[in-house]
Design a protein around this ligand. Sequence first.
Ligand code: NAP
Length: 268
Amino acid sequence: MVEIDLKGKNGLVLGVTNQRSIAWAIARPLAEAGARLAFGYQLDRLRPTLEKLTSGLGGTILAECDVQDDDQLDGLFEVVEGEMGNLDFVVHSLAFAPQETFTSPFVETDREQWRVAMDVSAYSLVAVAQRAAPLMTQGGSIITLTYLAAERVVPHYNMMGVAKAALEASMRFLAYDLGARGIRVNAISAGPLRTVAARSISGFADIYSEAGKLSMLRRNITQEEVGGLALSLISDRLGGGITGETVYVDAGYQAMGMFLQEPDGGPG
Ligand code: NAP
């Protein structure tokens, strides 16, 4: 078995709201592998939850950061540099689009809704990468979270699908820019998972249940499976040759071209 050893490595994790957050499912195996972690949280009200969740990790750093605010981003990276010195990886696991964009038809998206969704869900990866790269003096790995609606229409995702398309394109350009410095940038495209962000998407219960029935594995994925993929992508030993990629952990759903009712009662 390949042991992943991240002792002596420093990482920044953005997007933990509670124990169901994908960012937390990723943080846990990273900490178990020995990495020291800093967490950025958007609102002060989240700090007690984070303090509780991370209390057993040791050496953890917590800092407030709304990714729409350049001063807060600068402040977060000052704390990270001051406490850790250098960074080895970043987990960018956050997104936001105004609630109405999930309930109204996409054609009704207004300029402000577009701006906010793009700013939080796509530009923030660029803003984070440009501050993280100077701290990645020995190379590094940056991962972000995306969804199939970046490339196919998934009803209700609307503006979030457009923002994820911009996020995936940004990931590739960042991977090109930062590749010469040994910094890898990848996106994990996860199947539906029950989280706070997912709950804001109208029709999510149906999307979750359809994905479970129609995927090749005939089941939904788990938070732990996303954490395992993230650990592999962050580890140079396993993921060292991978950059500029969108990697799927979706039980095979995205590779299906057609859904037929099978005699075994499977997809259809
Ligand atoms: P989650 O637990 O609700 O995490 C979303 C995070 O985004 C929250 O911590 C939220 O903070 C943060 N956030 C929103 N606006 C922010 C801002 N302006 N500044 C800083 N942080 C901000 O939900 P999740 O499902 O784990 O989402 C994580 C990522 O996975 C997202 O990119 C999502 O699109 C992606 N993803 C999710 C699924 C799924 O089915 N759940 C599937 C594929 C991809 P607050 O709680 O303070 O708002």
